[in-house]
Design a protein around this ligand. Sequence first.
Ligand code: SF4
Length: 439
Amino acid sequence: MKKVAFYTLGCKLNFSETSTISRQFEEKGFLKVDFQENPDIFIINTCSVTENADKKCKKIVKEAKKISPDSYVAIIGCYAQLKPTEISEIEGVDAVLGAAEKFRLHELLGDFAKEQEAKVLASEITEARTFNNAYSINDRTRTFLKVQDGCNYGCAFCTIPLARGKSRSNTIESVLASAREIAATDVKEIVLTGVNIGDFGIVDGKRNERFADLVYALDEVEGIDRFRISSIEPNLLTNEIIEFTATSKRFVPHFHIPLQSGSNTILRKMGRRYLRELYEDRVSKIKTLMPQACIGVDVIVGFPGETDELFLETYNFLNELNISYLHVFTYSERANTRAAEMDGVVPMKKRNERSKMLRILSEKKRRKFYEENLGKTFTVLFEEDVENGKMHGFTENYIRVAAKYDPMLINELKVVQLDQINEAGNVEVLEPEMVYERH
Ligand code: SF4
């Protein structure tokens, strides 16, 4: 039995895809092992957004060859699509597969026999037109279910459309079938994943279905307790979706909405499809209907042309906004993007300073959000990890809680009362039993 190991860089989408590819291997009779367990084959799923993608890729290949010098190493993923030739020249790489090829490893690489030269099988990104269904099964608690891939937007800083291609989706019927399959494995929460999930519904270049209808249909799936919409563009987060979430028992009140900049000047330069006023309106709509909702925000600092004044516009905008946490990205130039050619380059030192300011703001926002919810009752889905006698889990509105370890609670949804914030920044809960007695 040949042994295969996987390594994934990047986002939830990559994780869901690696997981599906690993199941393909298991179905073909391979044994999935950990990276250090002398695999015969390594599959490395790369990311183009990660800082120093090339160095990381080299490092992992080197590590793989140290562990199993005679192993077969295949590189897939966004970075493989963008730079196939460079990657094929890395010592130890046997094959590089692009976006249109990565789900066809067995068909294209046969028995994974090593050859003199590395194989490069990466067609033009325009060839990546089919949707490949994928979901992750990493632990029993939560699954990332891919419902959409690619993007038709052309934000000035972004390489994802070059690495993943045009927007395309699964069908509602097929997503429902996957959700039912997942429900049968006892997973309690599904995180809907995609590049631009609000754009769900395009099949073969034609819009056939709507994201809102997918949400309605999933809400009826028996056996899944929670659905989380991972990240959705503000212009696609409609009142219809927000209003439905407010009444749904399964779609949780947690939204992650990319803002990228709080300055309209920068938003226009980025080619984003909304202005800050629309963003403000989305946040206010959510908070009016669901005061306890968690709202996460992606923001990029140091985009070309971001002067001190324009950065302050972003800072002040976020400071005033009723949001719960930030994911801060320091802008870095990416080849073949419009932004890389723009004037007004912000010195790296400034980018880092701005990033630090927003990270501090994020901590303040998170703490305030947690504090507002202390004393209230929520449902926590407890996870498997144990740290110093404590186990963790998330509430429906994405508050990370810590509770005394109890193996009976793993993968269980329990009603708890939030008590206080501990040193690690998690929220301690009153003993679940104590809450039950009160209910
Ligand atoms: S919406 Fe913009 S940032 Fe997001 S994937 Fe599409 S092009 Fe990239």
